[in-house]
Design a protein around this ligand. Structure first.
Ligand code: DGL
Length: 274
């Protein structure tokens, strides 16, 4: 396959990484994408670092075997716990982009020396990555694990009383005071940005990683370009987007269709033992 046609591989535990996939497909509308949702093992945020590493490595192996030109770890829990392993499996020829470095870099430029809030899964916050990377760039950090949010979103509670009550419970204790920006350190959280905004002081900015990650991908020199346009459902051999899950679940199907506002065809691929 010519370099420009090799797909971009993107993965997360579930639907959260679709927020990153959408930003990528907006930037590269004609480039094929393969999205892998590890529905058999979500939520990653409650797993041990060892288990997250094992799952992330296996998915990376699948995506490399599918000839992906680059891998996007569209999951903060995996980015903060398994990046080294993902890079090792991907090898030198397949660049890997995580969701943390690009957003930290952009926040540190936008808010030099300021105090930044970060919310994310337990696995992400406990890893200390955001704290370390932001502090290295001169920012103050307030970090908080908000463990029930990703599962609630995955279950379809992306609006209404359940997610509002969780946001209230996690954020109404003064956590937001004194910060200039709140980083959504889980790729599921942009799906409830409007609700989070409602509990935020108006002078605190919400930042998610999707745009910064899509931009980091465009800075790679690996031939990712608009390429040749493939229509979804056309007779072309490689559809524009493929959605693969490790377990065909109704919640992923509904979540992805709600997200794109259109029917989505899922393929199931069980993760191999490596
Ligand atoms: N969306 C993922 C993240 O960014 C994973 C959430 C989960 O599975 O717990 O951390």
């Amino acid at each position: 396959m010519p370099q420009a046609m090799r797909p971009i591989g993107i993965f997360d535990s579930g639907i959260g990484g679709l927020t990153v996939a959408r930003a990528i497909s907006q930037r590269f509308p004609s480039h094929p994408l393969i999205y892998f949702g590890d529905t058999a093992h979500l939520p990653y945020g409650e797993k041990s670092p060892e288990l997250i590493r094992r799952y992330a490595s296996r998915i990376t192996r699948e995506l490399v075997d599918m000839d992906c030109v680059a891998i996007v770890v569209a999951c903060n829990s995996a980015s903060s716990n398994a990046l080294e392993e993902v890079r090792e499996v991907a090898g030198k020829a397949v660049p890997v982009i995580d969701v943390i470095h690009p957003v930290v870099q952009s926040v540190a430029i936008q808010f030099p020396g300021e105090s930044i809030g970060v919310i994310g899964t337990r696995a992400t916050i406990d890893s200390g990555w955001y704290q370390r990377l932001l502090e290295e760039r001169g920012c103050g950090v307030k970090a908080k694990a908000t463990p029930l949010l990703a599962s609630a979103i995955e279950e379809g509670f992306h609006e209404g009383k359940v997610s509002s009550a969780l946001i209230e419970a996690y954020l109404a204790d003064g956590f937001l005071s004194g910060i200039k920006a709140l980083v959504l350190g889980c790729t599921h959280y942009p799906l409830i940005t409007d609700q989070i905004l409602r509990s935020m002081p108006s002078d605190v900015m919400i930042i998610d990683s999707a745009e910064a990650v899509a931009k980091a991908l465009s800075d790679l020199d690996v031939g990712i370009s608009p390429g040749v346009l493939f229509e979804e459902g056309s007779h072309q051999s490689m559809p524009l987007r493929r959605f693969i899950v490790s377990d065909l679940t109704r919640s992923f199907q509904l979540g992805a269709e709600r997200f794109f506002g259109a029917p989505v065809t899922l393929e199931e691929r069980k993760l191999r033992e490596s």
